[in-house]
Ligand binder design. Structure first.
Ligand SMILES: NC(=O)c1ccc[n+]([C@@H]2O[C@H](COP(=O)([O-])OP(=O)(O)OC[C@H]3O[C@@H](n4cnc5c(N)ncnc54)[C@H](O)[C@@H]3O)[C@@H](O)[C@H]2O)c1
Length: 313
């Protein structure tokens, strides 16, 4: 199978810049475009900072930073970015019409073999590719934040996606050091977000009901569920616990855990009052520009330590 060497990333925000970085570190030539001039101007510095944090944590050599940065080129137009690309990854805003229009525009500018990948968190590829004349070339590659560190990428084909596009994408992701998983069926939220939202609904409900403080909830999850799941999968966890025990606990608790469709109050009130999290300086916790930088570095240092363990098997 011939591997992809030239990749365009559209939208260079939280996800796009890290996706571009992962491909550049993996030896690919990456062109990037963002509609924001500010983002275009700052993205190379952001990637360089990520690479220096990684090198300090033992991931990659300092000497490999400049070559990786040299493989990434920011373009002034979308057309320039997608020219010659064998794979185009869109990581623009989560807006169905914006993404659809973008795919339709790009399809006219690239070769018939170019794969169009969306990093959407929620839209089915069948909807995103509805207007395309080559839906066989379209699929979802769903990365996780921070995408240059978290190993998994969900690859979700639609009914019309061609086998070759899926295989080429899976092969590319493996070659750049990712751990892709291919879904057999297209379901909203794919695998991981469905699982995550089920857990978050309960966590936010516990917060709403004042069962514990945020710090205690975070500590409880990190030091039990998170601790175990960093090493083994949830289905392995229940095999170790005993399926008979798991069945009893499930039956005893399932009627009590939250199961409705209402937005939990903690989330609803925070969003209504503009507390969006790190990006607005306050979410569940408070942040200043200084603590944000420290917390991002600390988070990435911990993630990189986990990644070390992950690669050791
Ligand atoms: N943030 C996450 O944890 C996460 C995880 C997985 C998937 N996603 C998905 O990834 C996508 C991007 O999310 P994000 O968190 O990086 O958002 P973001 O707001 O940080 O970045 C989006 C970037 O796209 C740019 N943009 C918007 N429209 C554009 C266009 N038409 N052309 C070029 N650039 C454009 C914006 O200027 C911005 O810099 C969304 O679909 C989101 O659902 C996000």
């Amino acid at each position: 199978m011939s591997t992809i060497r030239n990749i365009a990333v559209l939208g260079l925000g939280t996800m796009g810049h890290g996706i571009a970085q992962a491909f550049a570190v993996g030896g690919r030539h990456v062109t990037g475009y963002d509609q924001s001039a500010e983002v275009r101007g700052s993205v190379a510095g952001r990637i360089e900072q990520n690479l220096r944090t990684a090198a300090r944590a033992g991931f990659g050599e300092e000497a490999a930073i400049e070559p990786a940065l040299a493989r990434f080129r920011v373009c002034e137009t979308e057309a320039e970015a997608v020219q010659g690309a064998e794979l185009v990854v869109e990581a623009v805003a989560e807006d169905l019409e914006v993404k659809r229009r973008l795919f339709s525009r790009i399809e006219l500018q690239v070769s018939a073999e170019t794969i169009l990948a969306s990093n959407t968190s929620s839209f089915p590829i069948s909807d995103l590719a509805a207007d395309l004349s080559r839906p066989r070339q379209a699929l979802i590659t769903h990365w996780f934040n921070p995408p240059h560190i978290v190993p998994l990428v969900e690859v979700v084909p639609g009914e019309k996606t061609g086998t070759k596009a899926v295989e080429t994408t899976m092969d590319l992701l493996r070659r750049v050091g990712k751990s892709p998983v291919q879904l057999k069926k297209e379901v909203p939220g794919f695998l991981v977000n469905r699982i995550q939202i089920a857990m978050l609904r309960e966590i936010l409900d516990l917060l709403d009901r004042g069962v514990a403080d945020p710090e205690e909830i975070d500590r409880a999850v990190k030091s039990t569920i998170g601790f175990r799941l960093a090493a083994i999968g949830p289905l392995e966890v229940i095999d170790f616990a005993g399926l008979d025990v798991t069945a009893s606990v499930f039956e005893n608790l399932v009627t009590d855990v939250r199961s409705d469709r209402q937005l939990p109050a903690a989330l609803e009130q925070a969003v209504r009052s503009g507390r969006f999290g790190v990006k607005s300086g306050e979410g569940i916790y408070r942040y200043t520009p200084e603590t944000v930088q420290k917390k991002v570095s600390e988070r990435d240092r911990r993630f990189l330590a986990l990644l070390q363990m992950f690669h050791q098997g």
